[in-house]
Structure formats: structure tokens, C-alpha cells
Design a binder for this molecule. Structure first.
Ligand code: NCD
Length: 295
């Protein structure tokens, strides 16, 4: 089974995946995938997604092959399609990250083995969304009815585009907050609104006081045509400790990481900061995803 976009999953399937990840995290379930092989093909930098997939594979009694584009035959001019067609013969499931929107869907068209999208350009990042929903559910006991603020570069961040759909599916109230010019594509928001009954509002300044969850992401400078523009915004854009002190005590702050300087370092030590727990939940969630993909 491929996992290309969170839009391809229904709520029941997402709940089943989250329940399975819960059982793994609580030590009640230990997947054994009997020596199957994961191939990680990452054409963009990654720390968490790649390593947690590899770790999840090892914990599920799988092996993994790591494809490095820099030392591969891509350097001799081999195409993406031929690379996918070749590697799928060496593995049972492919985890792919690529800078181009639609690349994972394209790979799934070439490959007969399951493809997991680990981020395609500014489009989707479904495995991160499952981790985000899992973390919110674990911290808050529910997703439905929560006030969730998404703050950052909503124009380019695939984590945010994916997450809006996941939150909508569970009936959260979403506030989109971005610096001017970095708003989420309205056509995409309208598409999600057309599918799910949820409240979504957009603003340019954060109001942390009513938020149950604050989800921050960095300015995605690699997706800007002009790096100077990105730098200017990055320098101005930071969540401050005093703003969090004025927010709800049980606020949960999430971030897909890497964080650069959009969260003041002093926040890391506050009890509201849950982003490293979130990164570690990548293991049980991705174990559940591997089991789902290999079905
Ligand atoms: C994100 C990504 O690659 O989209 N990282 C991740 O997978 N945890 C977020 C980002 O790079 O800003």
C-alpha cells in the first residue's frame, strides 16, 4: 500500500494507524516484518525522517538500504524513473523524499512496490502529519475541538499543508498565522474546507492565548526564489518566551524540526515544549506505517 498524501487516507485508517503506533509505543505490540527491506531514497537533506525510518525498520526486524544521490549513478545522468525501477528490485518498500512536488506519486506510478512519501517539495509530508496527530492525541487526549495555531511559512511548508488536512479530518479549529506573503495557498485551504467540516481562520499576527496547540515551522529558505527575502523574514520571525508565559499553562508547542531561530532557545526548557518528544514518536508511528505499507 502506498502512502503519498494524507488526503488519500480516511479517518478510520488514520485512527487505526495511530492506535497501532500507541500499542507499539506502550510496548503492547512489537511488529515483526520478517526480514523485509526498506530503501530510503532521499534527494533532499533529512535527519529525523530518514533516521527514524531506518530505526523503525531495524526495530521491526527489517533491513534497510540507504540510497545516496551524491554517489549514485544519478551523477552519470541516470533518470529518477530508472533509479526507482532499479532500487525497487532490491527492496520491499521505498521511502522517498524529493524537492519536486508530485515526485512520490510519480515514483508510485513506476514502482510495483509500496512507496511512502517522505516529503515532495512544498506539497505533502503524510508521515510527519501522522506523527503530529499522534503527539497531539497523546498530549491532549483528543484532537477534535482543539484550537490549533499553525505559525510560520505556510506557503512553502509541506508539513503545514499536510497537517491542515489531518486536523480538518478530526474537526480541530485551525488558525493559520504567517508573515505577510507566506500565507497558505487559498485554493488548497478551500479544497480541504470542501472535504471536511472544520473551522479555519487566517491572520498575520499570532494570538497565543486561546491556543491549545501551537505548531511552529521554520521559514523554508530553500524554496525561496530570492534567499535575501528569506533571510530578512527569518531574522524578524521568532516566538518569544514571554509570549508563551502569557499563554495557557497546558499549551503544547510542536515543531517538525529542524528549528533554526524561530523559537527562542529559552522555550526549549519549558514544560509546554514537546517537539523533541514529537521527534521521538517518529519511531512507533513509522513502525506502524511500515506495517501498513507492507500490509
Ligand atoms: C520537515 C520537512 O522536511 O519538511 N522536517 C521533517 O521532516 N521533520 C520540516 C522542515 O524542513 O522545515
Amino acid at each position: 500500500m502506498d502512502l503519498i498524501s494524507i488526503r488519500d487516507l480516511d479517518r478510520k485508517t488514520v485512527e487505526r494507524l495511530l492506535d497501532s503506533a500507541d500499542a507499539i509505543a506502550n510496548g503492547k505490540k512489537k511488529p515483526d516484518m520478517g526480514g523485509k527491506i526498506l530503501a530510503t531514497l532521499f534527494f533532499e537533506p533529512s535527519t529525523r525522517t530518514k533516521l527514524s525510518f531506518q530505526s523503525a525498520a531495524l526495530r521491526s526486524h527489517m533491513g534497510y538500504l540507504d540510497f545516496d544521490p551524491e554517489t549514485s549513478s544519478l551523477r552519470k545522468g541516470e533518470s529518477f524513473a530508472d533509479t526507482v525501477r532499479t532500487v525497487e528490485g532490491y527492496a520491499d518498500v521505498l521511502a522517498i523524499r524529493h524537492p519536486k512536488e508530485g515526485a512520490a506519486r510519480l515514483a508510485a506510478d513506476f514502482a510495483s512496490k509500496p512507496v511512502i512519501n517522505c516529503g515532495d517539495g512544498a506539497n505533502q509530508h503524510p508521515t510527519q502529519t501522522l506523527i503530529d496527530l499522534f503527539t497531539i492525541r497523546r498530549c491532549k487526549g483528543r484532537i477534535s475541538g482543539l484550537n490549533v495555531t499553525l505559525l510560520g511559512d505556510l506557503k512553502h511548508a509541506r508539513t503545514m499543508r499536510s497537517l491542515v488536512c489531518g486536523l480538518a479530518m478530526f474537526g480541530a479549529n485551525v488558525t493559520l498565522v504567517s508573515p505577510e506573503g507566506l500565507e497558505m495557498d487559498q485554493a488548497y485551504v478551500d479544497e480541504v474546507k470542501g472535504r471536511f467540516d472544520f473551522k479555519v481562520t487566517a491572520r498575520n499576527e499570532p494570538d497565543y492565548r486561546n491556543a491549545d496547540v501551537l505548531y511552529v515551522c521554520r521559514i523554508q529558505q530553500e524554496r525561496f526564489a530570492d534567499p535575501y527575502e528569506a533571510k530578512k523574514i527569518t531574522e524578524k520571525f521568532m516566538v518569544k518566551k514571554e509570549a508563551i508565559e502569557a499563554a495557557r499553562e497546558d499549551l503544547v508547542i510542536l515543531h517538525p524540526l529542524p528549528k533554526v531561530n524561530e523559537i527562542e532557545a529559552a522555550i526549549d526548557g519549558m514544560k509546554q515544549a514537546k517537539y523533541f518528544d514529537q521527534a521521538h514518536y517518529g519511531i512507533p508511528v513509522r513502525e506502524a506505517i511500515l506495517e501498513y505499507a507492507l500490509g
